[in-house]
Design a protein around this ligand. Sequence first.
Ligand code: FES
Ligand code: CO
Length: 324
Amino acid sequence: MIEKQLWHPVAQAQDVTNTPLAVQLLGQAIVLWRNEDDAVQAFTDRCPHRGARLSMGRVENGRLECPYHGWQFASGGRCVKVPALPEFTPPPTQCVKSFEVQQAYGLVWVRLEAGEHPLPAFAAEADEHLRKVNCGPYDVAASAPRIIENFLDMSHFGFVHEGWLGSRDATAIAPYAVEATATGVLATGCKAVQPQSNLHSTQAAEVEYSYEVTAPYTALLTKIPEEGSSRQGWRESIGLFICPVTPETSRVWFRLAVADFESSDAQLQSFQHTIFVQDQPVLESQLPKALPLDPRAEMHSAADRMSSAYRRFLKAQGITFGVC
Ligand code: FES
Ligand code: CO
């Protein structure tokens, strides 16, 4: 399964402490914890001794201790202590499976198998004129690809986000361009008239976005600055980072990269929250929950060319998790 070789977000970085945290990725139960050097460790959440959940244990002297018989596992997964046999030194083969971990975009990323793919790109991260704020996690009863596709879709704005990102009086989608990139798909020239396109909008405005898929379960929205606007030149962006928990459930984060340094985190998160809770019930209603990759399985319009390109990309990548 190629998905196992990709990096996936599994937790907000600040939520991983020296209290073990249980998460799930691609159906795999994982325990996250921090060692004495503050490095995040990710192990299978199953003790190799008698199968207890390691996330119910605790961190002792920089080792993860199983809640059942107190076996202790060091960073990297090796068992270093069997309390019932104080004189015994466990062999290197006595270990729990450990996964590779990275931190980026305020999140902890894990991959289940070694691979060549880098972390999904989020260009706005490096722009110091933009402030970064995370929203989430949202636990959503929908597959990751359905959630990505919803994020790429402007033709639902007038219905799902009426009065915010769209209106029923202006539902037409002007033609936009779609191209394949080295790591995904890019749509440019996506225009909409939005009654309330962000926290500070006081009147409807025409906005232009680009949408980019930079990995199978990552999508970015970038706002193309208006000529002459006070924020000219700042390409505000929203990253959508999804953990594919099971084929039909997902954990979702948004990372905002915005030029607004005045509003509180809570105000910025609240706007994003308002929009996403409008999407969530519709997303959770969609059937099948897995995204169909056979073009004949659902009907399409020319306004859907980005989602069609996304489906072709998933197919070309050999993605099988969350699709059908
Ligand atoms: Fe973990 Fe026995 S089940 S130490
Ligand atoms: Co929406």
